[in-house]
Design a protein around this ligand. Structure first.
Ligand code: F3S
Ligand code: F3S
Length: 105
């Protein structure tokens, strides 16, 4: 799966959402998250993010390793809805994301 990391926080550019062929990029309050079971590893989202927030899971920089779990934990309650557009914005951001100081403002 691909992972969204810290540069997305409070920016939420959403260019990635337009590229994803399976609509598996879900919006939280502070950033967007990729549903790891729905992502088909096509790589289409990665080059379009203007702040390079998206990485293949094995290529996530060490400083952003916690975001691998964040992209999993966001879906603890949501599960695998099978499409982000029908779900819309939800407040399932993991605790450490919710606690981050304001960024990109
Ligand atoms: Fe975030 Fe980049 Fe997508 S800022 S919403 S990961 S295009
Ligand atoms: Fe979607 Fe492909 Fe990225 S399935 S999340 S655009 S790697």
């Amino acid at each position: 799966t691909y992972i969204i990391a810290e540069p997305c926080v409070d920016l939420l550019d959403r260019a990635c959402v337009e590229e994803c062929p399976v609509d598996c990029i879900y919006e939280g309050d502070r950033m967007l998250y990729i549903q790891p079971d729905e992502c088909v590893d096509c790589g289409a989202c990665e080059p379009v993010c203007p702040v390079e927030a998206i990485f293949y899971e094995d290529d996530v920089p060490d400083e952003w390793e916690p975001y691998v779990n964040a992209n999993v934990d966001f879906f603890d309650d949501l599960g695998s809805p099978g499409g982000a557009s029908k779900v819309g914005k939800t407040s399932h951001d993991p605790a450490f994301i919710k606690g981050l100081p304001p960024m990109n403002t």
